[in-house]
Design a protein. Structure first.
Length: 313
């Protein structure tokens, strides 16, 4: 997720355990033409076997070149973004706009698959709108082109993030291909993961927003689905330690000034399930001195009351 699944956040999620995590979307042309420093950031930890690097674009040559560069830097899986609904992306005819032009989409997919030897996967939505639910058709053609796994966010582009993800509609994709299909959208608990799998018939689930402020969620859901004991959710001192670790990683990765700002949304998410943390949250996101942020977390988080969040079902 752009702006969220950076290296610090992915590290926190992987600490608890996850089958696969995905980088922020990288614009393929920027990737190829970017300054070395920009490139280094996009590629960090690409060599991790559980990290997939996602690229977006609208020209086959940039997609192929970006994929080649990433593979050269150790990427183990390359994912193609055909799901992003943002106007600045779709107006550039990439992201979910590609679903309106399947022939062109296929030319990008083929170019990417042919450029690398690591597996290439595809992320898309159900279609552009309800009159154009063409994910099953694109998935079949993508499979023929060599795509090894397909993730479907169960909404159309025109829905953006509104309404409910339609897990049952993902089944049409599952039935049209032999490669694994992963269902995505609104999965936030083991119960919703089970229901999404039941309705879609998919081979797996992908979690997005549910993991914000809950880096343990992927491990918790995986444990529930496979009948293993769930990892303990950090509470009290352990919860403060976790937040502080993430905070330090943000500051080290982005440098202090930027890190203080990029950390704020994560601090908010960590505390949003705690009814008695509203005042602390407000103070944390206004504070620019990292030492005062650290002190507040250290002194106030361990004493927060029980989380009022949706408990694992
Ligand atoms: C802020 C934000 C940024 C996102 N960025 C990306 C992205 O870069 N690539 C992508 O494939 N999906 C992106 N998504 C979509 C999510 O991966 C996911 O498909 C969607 O949020 C539905 O799943 P969820 O309900 O589990 O979040 C983004 C979503 C949000 C809210």
């Amino acid at each position: 997720m752009a702006g969220i699944t950076d290296l610090p956040f992915r590290s926190m999620v992987l600490r608890f355990g996850a089958g696969l995590v995905v980088s922020e979307m990288v614009a393929s042309e920027d990737m190829v033409n970017a300054r070395p420093s920009t490139r280094a950031r996009a590629e960090l930890a690409a060599g991790d076997a559980r990290t997939s690097v996602q690229i977006a674009g609208r020209e086959a040559r940039w997609m192929a070149e970006a994929a080649r560069m990433l593979e050269g830097n150790g990427a183990r899986v390359i994912d193609i973004n055909m799901g992003c609904p943002a106007k600045k992306v779709t107006n550039g005819a990439s992201g979910s706009a590609l679903m309106r032009d399947p022939d062109h989409a296929l030319s990008l997919i083929e170019a990417t698959v042919n450029a690398v030897s690591v597996p290439v996967t595809l992320k898309m939505r159900l279609g552009w709108d309800h009159d154009c639910l063409n994910a099953p058709e694109i998935a079949r053609r993508a499979e023929e082109a060599g795509v090894r796994m397909i993730v479907i966010h169960g909404r159309t582009r025109q829905q953006f993030y509104k309404g409910r993800a339609d897990w049952a509609a993902v089944r049409h994709v599952v039935e049209n291909v032999t490669v694994p299909v992963v269902t995505n959208g609104d999965i936030v608990t083991p119960a919703s993961a089970r229901e999404a799998l039941r309705l879609s018939g998919a081979a797996g689930v992908m979690i997005g927003r549910g993991a914000q402020g809950r880096p343990w969620l992927l491990a918790e859901i995986a444990a529930a689905l496979t009948g293993r004991p769930a990892p303990a959710r950090p509470r009290g001192e352990a919860f403060a330690d976790l937040i502080l670790e993430h905070y330090e990683r943000q500051l080290a990765f982005y440098d202090t000034d930027l890190g203080v700002r990029t950390a704020r949304k994560h601090l908010t998410w960590y505390l949003e399930d705690y009814p008695d943390a509203a005042a602390l949250r407000a103070r944390l996101v206004r504070e620019s001195d990292p030492n005062r942020v650290r002190a507040m977390i250290r002194s106030e988080v361990p004493d927060l009351g029980a989380a009022g969040m949706k408990e694992a079902a």
